[in-house]
Write a protein that binds this ligand. Structure first.
Ligand SMILES: [Zn+2]
Length: 99
């Protein structure tokens, strides 16, 4: 299930449009899938301790969908790269998004 970006109704994945407001959802599902794939690739690079490539993948995912698990991937890769200041800034975004 995902939330319709227009009316926030829960919609089954694979639906071509929202049953309540008729917003077209095909592109949204494509973006969700692409973000998920980039996230998975980032995780694989993290396991190989290739933090630079992991950061590139997580950052690509983040521009498609700024969710917390993607932000956490960015934080881990930034720490791996030794950029603690940027990692802290991203961690603050997670804390601030809870309010
Ligand atoms: Zn809707």
């Amino acid at each position: 299930m995902i939330l319709c970006p227009t009316c926030r109704k829960k919609v089954y994945e694979g639906s071509s449009s929202c049953p309540r407001c008729e917003t077209q959802l095909n592109m949204l599902f494509k973006i969700e899938k692409l973000a998920g794939n980039k996230y998975k690739q980032g995780c694989l690079y993290l396991k190989k301790q290739d933090y630079k490539k992991a950061y590139i993948m997580f950052n690509a995912a983040y521009h498609l969908k700024a969710d917390d698990r993607i932000k956490k991937g960015i934080i881990i890769s930034l720490v791996g790269l030794g950029d603690n200041i940027s990692a802290i800034k991203m961690a603050l975004r997670i804390i601030q998004s809870k309010h």
